[in-house]
Design a protein around this ligand. Structure first.
Ligand code: SF4
Length: 337
């Protein structure tokens, strides 16, 4: 086993996020706004997606370098052809302690049981409002809250008892419906996490004025339902966790803008066509695909991963220029959140 891999800030490589497809059946305003450049022509063809075998090789190589958590992202990962076979393969990679997937939930009613049978460990679900009109406006008028709630129920029936529910809060868009979500998910067994609106990609018109600081939500929620802080479950955890004093579960705040967590960031990302990035806000990726063609390339592949990570110095959120000046970045739907 090679020495634990750390970057120039001594941050270990522990988490791998794999985007398994860049296509999505939603057009969320903070990720893939309807009016932005992407059109069907811009999405990767099926042939350009990494095959299940290539993703298995990739995952196994990263696990051999210290990764223990793998999260499948997208676009919308449930749109990937052959997804359950991929999950079966990844679930059998020794050393994977946590195999999770993030989804918008709209396809869960018909897929939740298959995902569970394939060996998926956890589901994180994106849901930005319970208000159908607000939801429609955010997702580009695609899907309904009712269908997503059906998906949550199907996941529960399939054995995914504790979902993480991610809500990206945008001032003037859905912030007026957040407390309804807190009320709805309290005592449900699922954990609602409020995410500060981020300047991901290049087309979501981000500005600091549209951010509601997590600390504001802490105050507002604590006033209604007293909270007490909880310790992180593992180093590099992005959410600040709070328990409801009355025992109705917990809530998380992901404050990437106002309380950046780059100092403990242990996340690597690989796109659906095999490009490796060391930060969500990167503009430079390394093509690993040529090294995924055969098992014989494993040590060359690991050397490429190692040399990139050991030179890593990313801390975009800490250095973010709050004036909104941005450099061209990879779109989030290509990189996965
Ligand atoms: S901005 Fe980059 S380095 Fe900082 S936490 Fe996010 S992914 Fe990690």
């Amino acid at each position: 086993m090679l020495a634990p891999l750390a970057d120039v800030q001594a941050r270990p490589l522990r988490d791998l996020r794999i985007s398994v497809i860049d296509r999505c059946n939603f057009r969320c305003s903070y990720c893939m706004p309807k009016n932005a450049t992407h059109r069907n022509g811009n999405f990767l063809s099926r042939g350009s997606l990494l095959s299940n075998r290539e993703i298995e090789r990739l995952a196994s190589a990263f696990v051999g370098l210290g990764v223990s958590k793998i999260r499948l992202t997208g676009g919308e990962p449930l749109l990937r052809p052959g997804l359950t076979h991929l999950i079966e393969r990844l679930a059998s990679v020794s050393g994977v302690q946590d195999l999770a997937l993030i989804t918008n939930g709209i396809l869960l009613p018909q897929m939740a049981q298959d995902l569970a049978n394939a060996g998926l460990g956890r589901i994180t679900l994106s849901l930005d409002s319970l208000d159908e009109k607000v939801f429609a406006a955010i997702t580009g008028y695609r899907g309904t809250v009712a269908r997503v709630l059906e998906g949550i129920e199907a996941a529960k029936q399939a054995g995914f008892r504790q979902l993480k529910i991610n809500t990206v809060v945008q001032k003037g868009v859905n912030d007026h419906t957040v407390l309804d979500m807190v009320r709805y998910f309290r005592g449900s067994g699922h954990t609602l996490r409020l995410i500060e609106f981020m300047d991901v990609g290049n087309s979501n018109q981000w500005s600091f004025d549209h951010v509601v600081p997590g600390s504001k939500w802490l105050q507002r929620i604590h006033t209604r339902w007293p909270l007490r802080p909880l310790a992180s479950q593992y180093p590099g955890e992005t959410a600040r966790r709070y328990a409801f004093v009355d025992g109705a579960g917990e809530i998380g705040l992901i404050n990437s803008i106002t309380e950046p967590f780059c100092g403990q960031c242990s996340r690597a990302r690989v796109t659906a066509e095999g490009k490796y990035y060391t930060c969500l806000f990167s503009d430079q990726g390394v093509d690993l695909r040529p090294l995924l063609a055969s098992e014989h390339d494993r040590s060359a592949l690991q050397e490429r991963i190692r040399s990139c990570w050991s030179r890593r110095a990313d801390s975009y959120s800490l250095d973010r220029d709050s004036s909104g000046h941005t450099t061209p970045k990879v779109e989030m739907y290509r990189l996965g959140g």
